[in-house]
Design a protein around this ligand. Structure first.
Ligand code: ZN
Length: 177
């Protein structure tokens, strides 16, 4: 997910190019669970965090860097957190807010999310982590877990609205060098 309150045009260059953009098929595929948390997982997380920070993101899911594995990272100002095989155990309340996504440059969509979620996953050492998160942080987790299930923010729109937005996004992408 991107930080819409601090939106900046994506910088040109190799780093930006490596974030997968809709309709890349890896984005709409259900990602596979990670069986072994090892050096390879760490390498994926390193690559993801590099790209997330380079693009001023606050969250990123592995499919966005072309890897169909259930790995997400977030940094909403409290440092980098990586979650392997995350799942939402409990959820409460509902809030609608506009969201952006690094894989859908220039698009913002109102998305209804749970206000509070309990997320369970594993950290980089393979240890089980349970985290209760609220509001904006809860939204970021839900957005990234959606990515692991092949769901993007445009999937919350009617197909008509989605089509129009995607068309607009493609036009803008073509215009930028
Ligand atoms: Zn996203």
């Amino acid at each position: 997910m991107d930080e819409r309150r601090d939106r900046m045009p994506p910088e040109e260059g190799e780093k930006t190019a490596r974030i997968r953009v809709y309709p890349d098929p890896v984005l709409i595929r259900k990602a596979m669970p990670v069986r072994n948390i090892d050096g390879k997982t760490k390498a994926v997380v390193d690559r993801m965090s590099e790209l997330m920070y380079a693009n001023k993101g606050i969250g990123l899911a592995a499919p966005q860097v072309g890897i169909s594995s259930r790995i997400l990272i977030v940094d909403v100002g409290q440092g980098l957190r990586a979650f392997i095989n995350p799942e939402i155990l409990e959820a409460e309340g509902e809030v609608v807010l506009e969201e952006g996504c690094l894989s859908l440059p220039g698009i913002e969509v109102p998305v209804k999310r749970k206000q509070k979620v309990l997320v369970r996953g594993r950290d980089m050492d393979g240890k089980e982590v349970n985290e209760e998160v609220f509001d904006f942080q809860a939204r970021v987790y839900q957005h990234e877990i959606d990515h692991l299930n092949g769901t993007l923010i445009v999937h919350y729109l009617s197909s008509l609205k989605r089509g129009l937005l995607i068309k607009k996004m493609r036009k803008e992408l073509e215009r930028s060098p």
